[in-house]
Design a protein around this ligand. Structure first.
Ligand code: GLU
Length: 306
């Protein structure tokens, strides 16, 4: 089927205009509060190596929670299924930074894409990597084929300054012995991974890995096994959108992940990877225009995994 993606992106851009002022920028991380709320970019990378893009698609933004998919991938690539002893794979139905479930489920986070789960994954990486932050950067740069990807230390520091909830989660995890390393070291790694900056173009290129059964789109090298890639995609599908994962599946029908920086990335296996960025968030923490854009994309193309 021949789809004119550029025309579809242009149509989407017109149709989302009435919703442009809806939602609020995340301001609990002070550096994120300074972002122009009306930025909008989208990039779609197809398997035929074509990229279709629009708006601020080449401007860097803070990928925040989207990084959780990348750290999980690095962890499973190193230790395989043993990771699931430390973190479960069920949707939480609670906000991403909730403490309550963790207490009554005795320190085993519901999934790796909520903060508690990602903090456990951060701890795992600190245990198994020689230079955790550098090794993470190397991994992400190699998937994307781009050495320019980096942390934003200002964003990491500003989150550290007010990251009381994440500190509470990490200490609770430590009390259940589900964190093995120094809590401050784990939090420092976590805040850095969240501060990773990418453009929509870089993000969509990076996530081609998950659309490509775990083989690098750049080199063809199998970075993740097919089986583990299936698991990560399933977790994105069921847990990738805070307590709105059902709504995203319902409206869009693709595996993906969002972040409070306003980014959303989603994949259509063997077809494309798409990243959209618009900083205004709905009350659940997902980008308003990002959700609308992807809903329109799968509606207009008639393609989703369902
Ligand atoms: N660094 C953010 C936090 O832990 C990530 C949140 C997100 O993007 O969901 O609060």
């Amino acid at each position: 089927m021949n789809i004119d993606y550029q025309e579809i992106l242009d149509e989407i851009y017109q149709e989302i205009k009435p919703f442009k002022g809806e939602g609020e920028v995340a301001d609990y991380i002070s550096e994120l509060a300074n972002i122009d709320p009306d930025k909008y970019g989208i990039s779609l990378h197809c398997f035929d190596d074509q990229e279709y893009a629009l708006g601020d698609s080449r401007e860097k933004f803070s990928i925040q929670s989207i990084s959780k998919v990348l750290t999980l991938s690095l962890a499973v690539s190193q230790m395989g299924d043993r990771i699931w002893d430390r973190v479960d794979v069920e949707p939480s139905g609670d906000p991403f930074n909730s403490l309550v479930q963790l207490e009554y489920e005795r320190g085993i986070p519901r999934n790796p894409l909520i903060n508690a789960g990602a903090i456990v994954v951060a701890d795992v990486l600190i245990s198994i990597l020689d230079n955790p932050k550098d090794d993470l950067l190397r991994f992400v740069r190699s998937i994307c084929g781009n050495d320019g990807i980096d942390f934003n230390p200002k964003v990491a520091d500003s989150e550290k300054a007010t990251g009381y909830r994440n500190a509470a989660l990490a200490h609770m995890l430590r009390s259940f012995d589900n964190i093995k390393n120094d809590v401050d070291t784990v939090l420092d790694f976590y805040f850095h991974q969240c501060s990773l900056e990418m453009t929509c173009q870089e993000l969509s290129r990076t996530f081609l890995l998950f659309a490509n059964h775990g083989a690098s789109y750049e080199s063809g090298e199998q970075l993740l096994s097919k089986r583990l890639t299936k698991r990560i995609n399933a977790i994105m599908q069921t847990c990738g959108f805070y307590d709105e994962a059902g709504e995203f599946s319902f409206r869009v029908g693709l595996p993906g992940k969002s972040g409070v920086g306003g980014g959303i990335v989603a994949i259509y296996p063997q077809q494309y990877s798409v990243a959209v960025w618009s900083p205004r968030l709905n009350p659940k923490g997902n980008s308003v225009l990002g959700m609308k854009s992807l809903e329109l994309l799968t509606t207009k193309t008639g393609l989703s995994i369902f």
